[in-house]
Design a binder for this molecule. Structure first.
Ligand code: HEC
Ligand code: HEC
Length: 247
C-alpha cells in the first residue's frame, strides 16, 4: 500500500494496532494501571483515558508513551511525530485546536483524528502536566537529508518564505505562534505541509495561525515541499539560511 507520504506499510498490522487502541479507548484506559486505582479521588474526564490523575507516573507515561515513545521520539508506524522538547505553549495550543476541532476534525486527516480523540479524553490539568513533561524532554533532531538533496535551493526558499516566522534556526517563535520545525521527523513534516496545502489542517475559519500556513503552502508544489523537508534536515544539523535572503 502506498500512502500519501510515499511509504509502504503493512495494512493488516496497522489496522490491528488501531483496533486494539480503539478498544482500549472505549474501555476507558490505555495507560498502565495501578492496582490501587479505586482508592484515588480524581477529576476524571467523561471518557477518560487516564484513570488516575495522581498516579506518580503522570499523564505522559500513562497515555502518550504508547504512541510517542519513551523519549517522545515518535513512531512511524502510528504516524506520531517526535514531540520531545516542543515548547509547552505550542503543545497546549495544539491541544486546544484538537479539542475545539480546528485540527484533527477533517475527514481526510486520519492521524489528526487519532490525536484529537486523545486530546478530548484528557482534563485541562492532565494536558498541562503532559505538556510540561514533553517540553522538558531533550529534543530529538530530524533526520539528516540525503547527499542528493538540493540544499542551496532549500535554503533560498526557507530564507524567503519560512524564516520570518519560524526564525533562522527553525525553532519557531511564540509571538507568531509558529512551531519548532527542526525536531519533526521527515514523514510528519511532509504530511503536515501537504495537509496545510490541501486545507486538511489550518483551513478552519478562526484558525488564524493555521490559515497563515494554508496561505504559505498554497504556493508550494510537491517538489518544493520535498526540498523544504530536506532543508529542514540541513537546518537541524547546522545550516544557516540568513545569507540566502539577500540573494
Ligand atoms: C493513539 C496514539 C497517540 C497518543 C496516545 C498520543 N498521541 Fe499525540 N499524536 C498522535 C498522532 C498520530 C499525531 C499526528 C497528528 C497529525 O498528523 O496531525 C500526534 C500529534 C501530537 C502533537 C502535535 C505535534 C505538532 O508538532 O504539532 C502533540 C503536541 C501531541 N501529539 C502530544 C501528545 C501528548 C502530550 C500525548 C499524551 C497526553 C499524546 N500526544 C498522545 C498520536 C498519539
Ligand atoms: C506567517 C508566518 C509563517 C510563515 C511565513 C510560515 N509559517 Fe509554518 N507555521 C506558522 C504557524 C503560526 C504555525 C502553527 C500552525 C498551527 O498552529 O496549526 C506553523 C506550522 C508549521 C508546520 C507544522 C509544525 C508542526 O509541528 O506540526 C510546519 C511543518 C511549517 N509551519 C513549515 C513551514 C515552512 C516550510 C514554511 C515556509 C515555506 C513556513 N512554515 C512558513 C507560521 C508560519
Amino acid at each position: 500500500m502506498e500512502t500519501s507520504d510515499g511509504q509502504s506499510r503493512p495494512p493488516a498490522q496497522r489496522t490491528r494496532r488501531w483496533q486494539l487502541f480503539a478498544a482500549c479507548l472505549l474501555l476507558g484506559g490505555c495507560g498502565n494501571h495501578d492496582e490501587n486505582v479505586e482508592s484515588v479521588e480524581s477529576s476524571q474526564p467523561e471518557n477518560g483515558v487516564v484513570e488516575n490523575v495522581s498516579d506518580p507516573k503522570g499523564a505522559y507515561e500513562q497515555v502518550c508513551i504508547t504512541c510517542h515513545g519513551p523519549n517522545g521520539e515518535g513512531n512511524e508506524d502510528v504516524k506520531s511525530p517526535s514531540i520531545a522538547g516542543l515548547p509547552a505553549w505550542y503543545i497546549e495550543e495544539q491541544f486546544r485546536k484538537f479539542r475545539e476541532g480546528q485540527r484533527g476534525a477533517h475527514q481526510d486527516d486520519g492521524p489528526g483524528q487519532q490525536m484529537r480523540a486523545i486530546a478530548l479524553s484528557l482534563s485541562e490539568d492532565q494536558i498541562k502536566e503532559a505538556a510540561e513533561t514533553v517540553s522538558s524532554m531533550p529534543i530529538v533532531l530530524t533526520e539528516k537529508p540525503g547527499s542528493d538533496a538540493n540544499i542551496e535551493k532549500g535554503r533560498y526558499i526557507f530564507a524567503n518564505h519560512c524564516m520570518e516566522c519560524h526564525r533562522y534556526n527553525g525553532k519557531g517563535e511564540v509571538v507568531f505562534h509558529s512551531a519548532q520545525l527542526i525536531s519533526l521527523n521527515r514523514s510528519y513534516l511532509r504530511r503536515q505541509l501537504k495537509n496545510f496545502h490541501a486545507g486538511v489542517r489550518g483551513g478552519e475559519e478562526g484558525d488564524i495561525s493555521g490559515n497563515k500556513m494554508v496561505d504559505v503552502t498554497s504556493r508550494l508544489n510537491d517538489e518544493q515541499i520535498e526540498i523544504l523537508v530536506d532543508y529542514i534536515g540541513a537546518l537541524a544539523h547546522g545550516d544557516d539560511p540568513r545569507p540566502a535572503r539577500e540573494r
